[in-house]
Design a protein around this ligand. Sequence first.
Ligand SMILES: [Zn+2]
Length: 477
Amino acid sequence: MVAIVVVRALSQESLQPGAEEAVHLEVDTAALARRFAQAITYPTISNQDRSDLDHVAFLGLHDHFAASYPLVHEQLVLEKVNDLSLLYTWHGRDPALAPVLLMGHQDVVPVIPGTENDWLQPPFGGVIEDGVVWGRGALDDKSSVVAILEATELLLAEGFQPERTIYLAFGHDEEVGGPEGAGRIAELFEERGIGPFAFVLDEGGAIADGMIPGVQGKVAIVGIAEKGFISLELKVEGDGGHSSAPPEHTNIGILAAAIGKLENDQFAPRLDGASLEMFRYLTPEMPFAGKAVLANLWLFKPIVVRLMLGDQMTAAMVRTTTAATIFNGGVKDNVLPIDATAVVNFRILPGDTKATLTERVREVIDDDRVQIRDISSSSDPSAVSSPDGPAFAMLGKTLRQVVGDDVLITPYLVVGGTDAKYYSGKSPAVFRFLPIIIGADGMKLAHGTNERVGVDSLAIAVRYMHQFIRNTDELPE
Ligand SMILES: [Zn+2]
């Protein structure tokens, strides 16, 4: 057995893309920073209550784009979808070829009440300081939108026209599920008979610097699938009354017990699909000890899964997660609560579905007094795009050309949600990636306090999109 383990560890062949000649593109980083910082100043916030949209902010952002990217607005066809989402059509030379879709979203999450004073720069100030642009949306996701527009403007200035038609789609409600933005745009494509797409590129991956245990240096993590999303409301209704003569279990107690059952009986872990693909790519790059374990999952899988469950971030990659996020009940200390409600948010691992999940939740709670309903813009997990095809290879080649040879690339499972979910099954190649370099703190910055991005990092993203669009000419039909 030891021999098998060693042989398998030593026979791991790298799946990394080969070397490419570097492509240089001059980017005026000062002007880029100014245009980007200006985009940050429009508070295009998606609140939980979607009627609460600041139209003026979105329209201001649109005007800023029109003024900043004149060639894009002269030469591409722009449609506004549900007033606030932007869909640009860049006609290719050969309309018979499958089109490419580049995505991003304009909306941002709110600043969490009470944290305003923790920001070192105002979240919508558009401050540039020491090569860093500060503000809400700097990472998620105005960086994608601006990188795509900047690259397109540069290519148009060069007189470039793509071989295949390229759509740019920037939704306005991604942070609340995206039904009116990306969802509506996906429907429009369907109605017009457009698709399948040769490539769909959205946010959801980055260049992780020193974040993956056992792997040295920078790793481009490319989302090849994303988890599903559902929020179930649990509700217990019944008699109120005086608290001096209570039943053994009040509505609050019944509800609390239900949540306790869900927490104590978690979904079973599973190491497969996109997370397994990640190991396939990273194992050959590890030192011997790592290889010995990960090249021999036939033997060590239970240990690896147990280790992954020990950390919140990696646990999310191997199971459907359970998070009680809202709990309400009771109004006065001496009155029994008439009703109690809670919301539990689940992120669904590919392989499970909304239906199988809801069924299991009912079984685990096993209490008819608890009413269960879906209150979310819920979604099933996406399909898993294969990293073995030409699209993923093109993405890796672009990385080599623009970022260099010292960055590893790996597929992975996006544990959050993106607008790309609306294209599940509408392209064999739905990938989630923008080459912004983030360290361990970067994950917290995206929806957190002091969100910011380095101008150099942003310039890499622009160069990347520029080369990526050029490389779409090389995709097979
Ligand atoms: Zn986002």
